[in-house]
Design a protein around this ligand. Structure first.
Ligand code: AMP
Length: 352
């Protein structure tokens, strides 16, 4: 057990690291952020900050020597330097490695018995042509690495869009995925302990705009209720196969013939932000509890449910009106540059 009073190292200093640090502080831990940017928003609420590149091994080792345990808040991190941290890293590097390469991720998910949309690996234009004839149209090209929030993706809706889509993703190694005619999207958010104990939260139904999460709602609708049991079983098999410790999120499409996994995030997730006010224990506190091997907290709803909406880019300008709205929980991440598509904050409304 890593007791309160200890220091938790967090690799990555974005809003997830910020909300993890706030939750850790409530339990009496100190956090130390490791990030290459000059003023990452998590550093504002943490006890210490190391500014270094993620592959700077001496800096990473000096950081690890100052903390009692290390976790990470996003998955596009080089695996080898973090592998040197061994057992001090929770979750381990296997969860990290699987989630950062889409072809390996899909193969792994299928190996656990969960289903994904039909897909093919793509290494050149010829592969895109064969994928079109095998999977049909429309299909989506997704780069194998460094894709998030719809980045590194291009749709092919007709045969004449094929070259443009391949150019749009930078002719990088990719996968082609058949379009899923989904009823809705939802996620399973679970937290697992090293001894196998695990908990789930209610599964939020998720709406995306331009490939970025716009709103999460719990409880989800009928389609989510009908599929969540099967989806939870699949998500747990994934967590067990990874021997994952901490929060793991699996995003699903609710298709007419059941849950299809879209992707895995080996971490706390945007679709779980509602748990701060909407659940007895938030995903952030639970992650800290699991990596430090404290007792699991209850995950039930505090009220009838909740909706969470992201504040993206200039949405942040609405903050005066939002903080004036009765009962709304406003979270601003303290980022100064409200670029289009950048996650600047979120609001949660708890349903009574
Ligand atoms: P991703 O970055 O892969 O999570 O994709 C972002 C969003 O794009 C998803 O949440 C879906 O709304 C949409 N999307 C991605 N892949 C597909 C697909 N194969 N079929 C239909 N919609 C998709």
């Amino acid at each position: 057990m890593i007791p309160p009073g200890s220091t938790i190292g967090i690799v990555g200093g974005g809003q997830l690291g910020r909300m993890l640090s706030i939750a850790a502080a409530q339990l009496g831990y100190r956090c130390h952020i490791f990030d290459p940017h000059p003023n990452p928003c998590a550093a504002d609420v943490a006890a210490a900050f190391t500014r270094a590149e993620f592959d700077d091994i001496p800096a990473l080792q000096a950081f690890a020597a100052k903390v009692d345990i290390v976790t990470y808040e996003f998955e596009n991190l080089p695996v080898e330097p973090l592998a040197l941290l061994g057992d001090k890293l929770r979750p381990g590097v296997r969860s990290l490695a699987i989630a950062q390469e889409r072809a390996e991720e899909k193969t792994f998910i299928e190996s656990t018995g969960a289903r994904v949309a039909p897909w093919r690996p793509i290494d050149g234009l010829d592969d895109v042509r064969s994928a079109v004839s095998e999977l049909g149209l429309p299909l989506v090209l997704k780069t194998r690495c460094y894709g998030y929030d719809g980045k590194g993706q291009a749709w092919v809706r007709s045969a004449d869009e094929l070259d443009a889509a391949w150019d749009a993703i930078g002719r990088a190694p990719a996968i082609a995925e058949a379009a899923v005619a989904f009823i809705t999207e939802y996620s399973v958010i679970l937290c697992r302990w090293a001894d196998g104990r695990h908990v789930f939260w209610d599964s939020p139904e998720n709406e995306h705009r331009d490939g970025i999460l716009h709103r999460s709602t719990v409880p989800g609708g009928e389609a989510v209720a009908a599929q969540v049991e099967e989806a939870r079983a699949a998500a747990l098999r994934i967590a067990e196969a990874l021997d994952h410790v901490g929060v793991l999120t699996v995003e699903f499409f609710a298709s007419a013939d059941g849950p299809l996994v879209n992707e895995i995030a080996p971490r706390v997730h945007n679709s779980g932000h509602w748990t701060i006010e909407g659940a007895v224990t938030s995903q952030f506190e639970q992650h800290i509890r699991a990596i430090c091997d404290l007792h699991p907290g209850l995950t039930g709803l505090t009220r009838g449910g909740a909706t969470m909406e992201n504040l993206i880019g200039s949405d942040i300008d609405r903050w005066p009106e939002l903080v004036g709205e009765r009962g709304v929980h406003v979270h601003l991440y303290g980022k100064d540059d409200a670029r289009p598509g950048r996650k600047m904050g979120h609001v949660t409304r708890v349903i009574r």
